[in-house]
Design a protein around this ligand. Structure first.
Ligand SMILES: Nc1ncnc2c1ncn2[C@@H]1O[C@H](COP(=O)(O)OP(=O)(O)OP(=O)(O)O)[C@@H](O)[C@H]1O
Ligand SMILES: [Mg+2]
Length: 322
């Protein structure tokens, strides 16, 4: 399989009035063409910032200190804005959490999709509008021709999410990044939107980078997962192997919570460290039952353990964990 995206040793820091700190440290992961990968982790772990770095949408106070981002064979780490403008929306597209906030409220949905299409492919307004209607139809929006003329406020939450997916896929991108695309939706609508993302990415051959804090929603959808914690990658491997036997104690704790959350809500005891006050060692130390002295003073780097990459000095290997 050919590699589409590679993030290698990427570190990002913020410099501003709130102080200097590094929300992302040595981020590593990759994605092949057509592959579906999920980034999973608690709130504040750096999932969204990682995707912002890929899209060159980091806040202005952020700086890439080191590392590389390669997309379809090209190093885009410091690509100029015109290059990124031609990539964003065309070859890499994004779907966010709240469609009503992301869509422009004073432009009809059809025109917004048609505008994105014309920005990248040019051509007549008529052709672009036809493409917009086709994209809305592909996402299962009933009566897409008439609905394309409506404004976002005339769409329900689930319908607006479908419209945003239609916009993201109108230019047939190679990569779709979906950042918590179903948060805030009813459970039944969530399932429909996830099914839709799975179906349309498979149909168009787009690779999918799915961002979520809930490991349950990516089952049957993503082959690989990247587990993040406090700005670090803790474990990368196939969803199946990691679910069967998590090697990083953080992954194990996250999984234990998500399994119990099917019955009732549970959290990992303790709190994730604020990246502004991270210690020298592993950020999971204060919550880790396996932590030893070394974990307090030395930050673990990703290494191969049981056929996957794990950042832990004392990974769980042969013991039964879940
Ligand atoms: N613009 C910003 N200025 C300062 N700090 C920021 C900014 N954006 C993010 N951060 C910090 O960077 C860290 C990572 O944030 P990020 O938004 O990537 O987390 P996340 O994993 O996407 O969380 P969530 O699940 O809540 O969306 C957090 O500690 C956050 O407070
Ligand atoms: Mg986020």
């Amino acid at each position: 399989m050919t590699e589409l995206l590679e993030v290698k040793d990427l570190s990002v820091s913020f410099k501003g009035e709130a102080g200097n700190f590094s929300p992302l440290i040595d981020i590593n992961f990759s994605l092949n063409k057509g592959q579906a990968v999920a980034i999973v982790g608690e709130s504040g772990s750096g999932k969204s910032l990682s995707t912002s770095a890929i899209m060159h949408l980091l806040p202005t106070v952020a700086n890439i200190d080191k590392g590389k981002i390669r997309f379809d064979g090209e190093d885009i780490t410091h690509a100029p804005e015109p290059t990124m403008k031609s990539l964003r929306g065309r070859r890499m597209a994004m779907v966010f959490q709240n469609a009503h906030k992301s869509l422009n409220p004073i432009i009809s949905v059809g025109k917004q999709i048609a505008d994105v299409y014309r920005q990248h492919f040019g051509g007549s307004k008529k052709v672009a509008w036809a493409r917009a209607v086709e994209a809305l139809k592909a996402t299962g929006i009933p009566d897409p021709y008439n609905r394309s003329r409506l404004y976002p406020y005339e769409y329900s939450g689930g319908m607006a999410q479908r419209a945003m997916i239609a916009m993201a896929l109108a230019c047939k991108p190679n990569l779709l990044i979906a950042d918590e695309p179903t948060s805030g939706l009813d459970v039944t609508i969530q399932i429909q939107v996830l099914d839709l993302i799975k179906r349309v990415t498979q149909e168009t051959g787009a690779a999918l980078l799915m961002i979520t804090h809930d490991i349950n929603i990516i089952k049957g959808m993503c082959e690989r997962i990247v587990v993040m914690y406090s700005g670090m990658v803790m474990e990368i491997g196939t969803l199946e192997e990691i679910m069967k036997k998590p090697a990083n104690p953080y992954t194990a704790a996250l999984l234990a919570c998500s399994i119990s959350n099917l019955d009732g809500f549970k959290f990992i005891p303790g709190r994730a460290p604020d990246p502004r006050n991270r210690s020298l060692g592993c950020p999971f130390v204060p919550r880790c039952e396996r932590a030893k002295e070394m974990c307090h003073v030395s930050r673990p780097r990703l290494k191969m353990v049981m056929n996957r990459m794990v950042a832990c000095h004392f990974p769980v290997t042969n013991e039964k964990t879940c």
